[in-house]
Write a protein that binds this ligand. Structure first.
Ligand SMILES: Cc1cc2nc3c(=O)[nH]c(=O)nc-3n(C[C@H](O)[C@H](O)[C@H](O)COP(=O)(O)OP(=O)(O)OC[C@H]3O[C@@H](n4cnc5c(N)ncnc54)[C@H](O)[C@@H]3O)c2cc1C
Length: 546
């Protein structure tokens, strides 16, 4: 087992991790640990763009109001203000790095797009591959920085805290000293010891059967933070994107909101446009309303999908404005300049997460979190389209500013950190049984903890997932580490935590809709659902030294 000592350990190489890394590298050594190749992240797949105030008819206050109204009373105004006001500067910084966003015909100003829930055009984009452009430029800049080392195919297993140093710890502050990381090329677990650890592990869409998220999005950061005793909030608010391509081989390919922003219409199988029945804003209503409307329409008609009609955009404009979507659909023999796109909703974005302050600091000392894994208070009960890249950019910048000022004063991690005990056997037959659990969890979550919930469905999901969770924990303690096992353990934990948060919210608000309490309850429920394991309960949950 090797031990690496660095100043900053960053888990994840999406927009949040890379932004933080580039700033931290001016003040110390940085290791970016990422479980696949460096560009593989949710960021890389973002299509629509980044919301920010650049339009002449726009204002910070309008963007703030749109965000607060989508958040249904749970967004924290202070966090929203910071994100909105600091946004333009962060976007111009990406331009300085070399990001090429689509410009208006005059070649001077951004070509600002429109998306659901926004009252003005404010989506800065690089055609329909914005995330890929951001990831490309940030990875390139990070690779050229001599203070940054990127460790690809390395998956963080657990954070190193008092519990690894002294498993009998029952009280006091929890400090983070880095992480145990599995190098899947070398099949070895190493210690990455750091003064500061940043969780930038992204989302958790893979906990659902249908998701727009790539395979990396297994909620590892949430599960690791929970096992370390950090505070998590509002995990019931999983955003379902209303429109993903309905095709057996498409793996829930996203059809961006910007397509509806450009004029596309949703129709049911009989060709009827139906959105106006559900909301006067029609196709431009926020995502939860559109996803809900599609779900209701499908339940009413018994159909498997609804359709997006792009004809109002104009056949010649479609390949220019949406080249990626056009090409991808052609791969499935669907010419979207002539045909309707079959679409269904899919799990897309985790609005809750690991609770941080406005500098990205968690309740665990020297542990920070940014991006989709974090809960800054911006999104509340629902996220406004294209606010997530913005949130990641703004708060990772703030976290880096905050922490680099005090890095000199932070003591180095302890000299003795117990090595990973990788004794255990790998039994392929047993593994096959356990690997079915991944699919089972995802199905259970889709069927019982999806767009429409109820007490009955949630308690059924809880009973079953608890059992799977326990089995996986037992298996984990006896077997040697594999990447799949680490992910499965985290998926089981996160599924259970989402169910628990959903059970706590006895009302319908934003993304959480339950038939037992169909209305929002502004008197008793205008609060976050909080999950934090008491320190005295932790060792049983988190011991990863076998
Ligand atoms: C298809 C799609 C379209 C989207 N479109 C938009 C959009 O138009 N606008 C917008 O604002 N948002 C959009 N989003 C959401 C947005 O892309 C994400 O919220 C954002 O990119 C998250 O960035 P991040 O840095 O937090 O995480 P990610 O970009 O997901 O990066 C997470 C990183 O952590 C790594 N990782 C995870 N677990 C571990 C582990 N245990 N050990 C080591 N590494 C680990 C991953 O490999 C990855 O490198 C979209 C998302 C998807 C999936």
């Amino acid at each position: 087992m090797a031990r690496r000592d660095i100043d900053f350990l960053i888990l994840g190489s999406g927009v949040a991790g890379l932004t933080f890394a580039l700033k931290a590298a001016q003040f110390g050594t940085v290791a970016i640990v990422t479980k696949k190749v460096d560009i593989e992240s949710n960021t890389n797949y973002a299509q629509g763009g980044i919301a920010s105030v650049f339009g002449k008819d726009d204002s910070f206050e309008l963007h703030i109001q749109d965000t607060l109204s989508t958040g249904r009373g749970l967004s924290k105004r202070e966090a929203v203000e910071i994100m909105v006001r600091e946004g333009p500067e962060r976007i111009m910084e990406l331009v300085d790095f070399g990001a090429q966003f689509t410009l208006h015909e005059d070649g001077k100003y951004f070509d600002l797009g429109m998306e659901g829930g926004h009252s003005r055009k404010r989506i800065v984009h690089a055609r329909d591959y914005t995330g890929n452009e951001i990831e490309r430029i940030l990875v390139k800049t990070a690779r050229n920085n001599p203070n940054i080392t990127i460790y690809e195919n390395h998956i963080a297993i657990d954070l190193i805290t008092e519990h690894q140093l002294k498993p009998e710890t029952k009280s006091g502050n929890i400090n983070c000293y880095g992480a145990y990381v599995y190098d899947s090329n070398a099949d070895k677990v190493n210690i990455f010891a750091a003064k500061i650890t940043l969780l930038a592990t992204g989302g958790t869409g893979q906990v659902y059967l249908h998701t727009t998220n790539p395979n990396i999005a297994t909620g590892d950061g949430l599960a690791m933070a929970y096992r370390a005793g950090a505070m998590l909030a509002n995990l019931e608010f999983m955003q379902f994107h209303p429109t993903t391509l309905y095709h057996p081989e498409a793996e829930s390919f996203l059809i961006s909101e910007a397509v509806r922003g450009a004029g596309a219409i949703l129709r049911n199988k009989s060709g009827e446009p139906f959105m106006k029945k559900y909301d006067e804003r029609g196709e431009l209503a926020p995502r939860d309303i559109v996803a809900h409307a599609i779900d209701a329409e499908l339940k009413k008609t018994g159909d498997e999908c609804v359709y997006l009609d792009l004809s109002p955009i104009g056949a010649s404009e479609i390949p220019v404005k949406f080249p990626q979507i056009y090409k991808k659909c052609l791969e499935f023999k669907l010419d979207i300049t002539k045909e309707l796109i079959p679409v269904v909703p899919a799990a897309h974005y985790m609005c809750g997460g690991l609770v941080t302050d406005l500098q990205g600091k968690t309740l665990v000392e020297n542990l920070f979190a940014c991006g989709e894994v974090a809960y800054t208070g911006v999104h509340g009960a629902n996220r406004l389209a294209s606010n997530s890249l913005l949130e990641a950019l703004v708060f990772s910048h703030r976290a880096a500013l905050h922490v680099t000022k005090k890095i000199e004063k932070i003591p180095s991690p302890p000299i003795i950190i117990p090595p990973w005990d990788d004794s255990g056997t790998f039994n392929a037959e047993e593994w096959v049984l356990i690997s079915h659990d991944r699919l089972e969890i995802r199905r259970l979550m889709w069927d019982y903890v999806g767009i429409v919930r109820s007490d009955f469905r949630l308690s059924r999901a809880e009973r079953r997932i608890k059992m799977i969770h326990q089995e996986v924990e037992n298996f984990y303690r006896k077997r040697s580490i594999t990447e799949e096992l680490v992910e499965l353990r985290n998926l089981a934990t996160v599924a259970l935590l989402i169910v628990r948060c959903a059970m706590m919210r006895k009302e319908s608000r934003g993304l959480h809709y339950t038939t037992d309490y169909p209305e929002p309850d502004d008197i008793r429920h205008l609060h976050d659902t909080i999950i934090q394991e008491s320190i005295s309960n932790l060792p049983g949950v988190m011991t990863n030294i076998k």
